[in-house]
Design a protein around this ligand. Structure first.
Ligand code: ZN
Ligand code: ZN
Ligand code: ZN
Length: 295
């Protein structure tokens, strides 16, 4: 005989996060509360993540938390608002770990799986933000790929109400204003698909984020002058057909000459500690959770 179903008290009534006046959790620690312009690395790993599944190497077995690299993603605080660059397969866990308080806009660099497969989890932020539509900026080919991979997102709401992200897809081809910042799409070469880096100018400071790049065209280099922070792809020591390896990443870093350069989209070829001695003083590896305030 089966006992009658009695609803557990925890399931009664609307969830507290739906209540009027609900305030989302506070921003993560070690970003200044009043910081106008700050970044936090949600992930700094290459497409596999580090450790790799089933890999016995010293990097994958490292006990140093800086060697645990989720798929690359960046949270940018612009005043009280939050821009997310890329929503990879780890996006939900990254939001939980780093207590991402809200998402006011998204920029997608390109449509490889390690940058878009968490896109559906944006729907939670629609709910948290009163069903506000979230703008998503990307190049036209990347937007077309997002529509192919997540066709239900752009469908009209059906009678039952399809639970899906509410997104305003906006092509990014030229510099534009969003969240009070100037955002400049930076076309770069990364294999044979359309890929963008992103320059952000806000509160008198500037950063550029290029997680997946093999070649930076001259026209793009010309758009990267006067950077306070450069965040640049550095996959591994050996050359790779679609990513920057150490030597060329450092050559670009020297030429771009940002005040500070951080390396991201890292493989399992170096521990954080092993990489440090190979780098000049203004260049360091990023790691998951690293937070910096620009202004
Ligand atoms: Zn990638
Ligand atoms: Zn490994
Ligand atoms: Zn890629």
């Amino acid at each position: 005989m089966t006992a009658p179903h009695v609803p557990h008290p925890i399931h009664r009534g609307p969830h507290p996060s739906m209540a009027p006046g609900f305030v989302p959790p506070p921003p993560p620690p070690n970003v200044k509360q009043d910081a106008a312009f700050a970044v936090r690395f949600l992930g700094t790993g290459t497409s596999t993540g580090v450790p790799l599944i089933g890999c016995p190497c010293a990097v994958c077995q490292s006990a140093d938390p800086r060697d645990r690299r989720l798929r690359s993603s960046l949270m940018v605080r612009l005043g009280g608002r939050v821009l997310i660059v890329d929503t990879g397969p780890d996006f939900r866990g990254q939001c939980l770990r780093h207590r991402v308080p809200r998402v006011d806009a998204v920029f997608i660099t390109h449509a490889h799986a390690d940058h878009i497969f968490g896109f559906d989890d944006l729907r939670r932020f629609n709910t948290l933000q009163g069903n506000a539509v979230i703008p998503c900026y990307a190049g036209p080919a990347t937007l077309a790929a997002l529509h192919r991979v997540f066709p239900y997102i752009s469908q009209k709401r059906n009678a039952q109400g399809l639970y899906r992200p509410l997104i305003d897809f906006i092509p990014a081809t030229v510099p534009f204003e969003a969240l009070g910042a100037r955002l400049t799409p930076l076309p770069v070469v990364h294999g044979d698909i359309e890929t963008l880096g992103l320059r952000i100018d806000f509160a008198g400071r500037a950063l550029a984020y290029l997680p997946d790049v093999h070649v930076i065209p001259e026209a793009t280099l010309a758009q990267m002058r006067g950077l306070d922070l450069l965040i640049l792809n550095m996959l591994r020591p050996r050359p790779h057909p679609t990513h920057l390896a150490l030597g060329r990443a450092l050559a670009y870093a020297a030429r771009i000459a940002a005040r500070r350069t951080l390396l991201t989209h890292l493989s399992h070829d170096y521990t954080h500690a092993q990489l440090l001695p190979h780098l000049p003083p203004t260049v360091t590896p990023a790691h998951d959770g690293l937070a910096l305030t620009l202004a």
